[in-house]
Ligand binder design. Structure first.
Ligand code: UTP
Length: 274
């Protein structure tokens, strides 16, 4: 039912400099697969096959990754290395990939707005590939959110509990529980200081957004750091309509930080040995 997933990927990834000077953060590999590949796998498993990327300067490698490399394929065809490309080849054949650019880094809200032409006026998923999510028991995080969307037909955001001293790294929500693990959002604040945080429920990089978000984003003024904050637009949407926050099942690695990236690498390495 939900066909499109948007991947905002225009950020500079300064925490990974100098690597990200010439390489998109989303192309950093966890073992042999780049972060973006994990994100696309998750969207596809959740039923979405129209992948829309919001990129920026220096991100051409993302387009090349989701294209066929004839020279390379020809080189390894018939050799024992051929299987190394089979997974990405099958992914390429099962999805369509569209790219647009965010010319200026004006925040996540602006990046999502730039994805509007890729969404055909329907609700859509959003995955921040630097948040790598896994669930060993059952549906992946986006697929869990799709199930909730099918029931409530409103914007769904994913949240997790974080230690109080980390709330200033996240958008933080508060509201009323409508089901176990599902909260109707009443308030939302971007990177609050711990004393002012309405809770310790932090928004992570998985969203299902209804298309009215675009009109709201168009009218959202730049907030913290002069950026158009998706959190501000979501709060307006929660006031006009209904926004549900879902405490997902599974684990999230913050691969936008070196520590989280190493943690994810160790996790997948251990898994590959089993
Ligand atoms: P981050 O806050 O992690 O920023 O953005 P960043 O630039 O990627 O990384 P650092 O902090 O400099 O190391 C969260 C997500 O939002 C996207 C990023 O690509 C990332 O997936 N984003 C952010 C945009 O696409 N455009 C923006 O203007 C801002």
């Amino acid at each position: 039912m939900l066909q499109t997933c948007i991947f905002p990927a225009a950020g500079y990834g300064t925490r990974f400099l100098p690597a990200t000077k010439a390489l998109p953060k989303e192309m950093l590999p966890i073992l042999t697969k780049p972060l973006i590949h994990y994100g696309v796998d998750e969207a596809l498993e959740a039923g979405m096959d129209n992948m829309g990327f919001v990129t920026g300067r220096g991100k051409r490698a993302l387009e090349d990754y989701f294209d066929i490399s004839y020279e390379l394929e020809h080189q390894i065809s018939g050799t024992k290395k051929e299987h190394l490309l089979s997974e990405i080849r099958s992914l390429i054949h099962r999805c369509t990939f569209t790219f647009t650019r965010q010319n200026e880094m004006r925040g996540l809200g602006d990046a999502v707005l730039k994805g509007k032409p890729l969404t055909s006026d329907e609700s859509f998923g959003v995955i921040l590939a630097d948040d790598l999510c896994v669930n060993e028991e059952g549906l992946n995080v986006m697929a869990q959110m799709v199930k909730i969307y099918e029931k409530y037909r409103c914007t769904i955001i994913s949240v997790m509990e974080v230690p109080k001293n980390q709330v200033s790294n996240y958008g933080i929500i508060n509201g009323n529980f409508v089901e176990e693990d599902l909260i109707m959002v009443h308030s939302m604040v971007e990177k609050p200081n711990p004393k002012e945080a309405p809770s310790n429920l932090a928004i992570i990089g998985r969203y299902i957004l209804t298309p009215d978000i675009f009109g709201i984003l168009e009218n959202t003024k730049a907030g913290k750091n002069g950026e158009i904050q998706l959190t501000d637009a979501l709060l307006t949407q929660a006031t006009n309509n209904m926004v549900l926050a879902y405490k997902f099942k599974g684990k999230r690695f913050d691969c936008g930080s070196v520590e989280g990236f190493v943690e994810a690498t160790n996790y997948f390495y251990k898994k590959s040995l089993c």
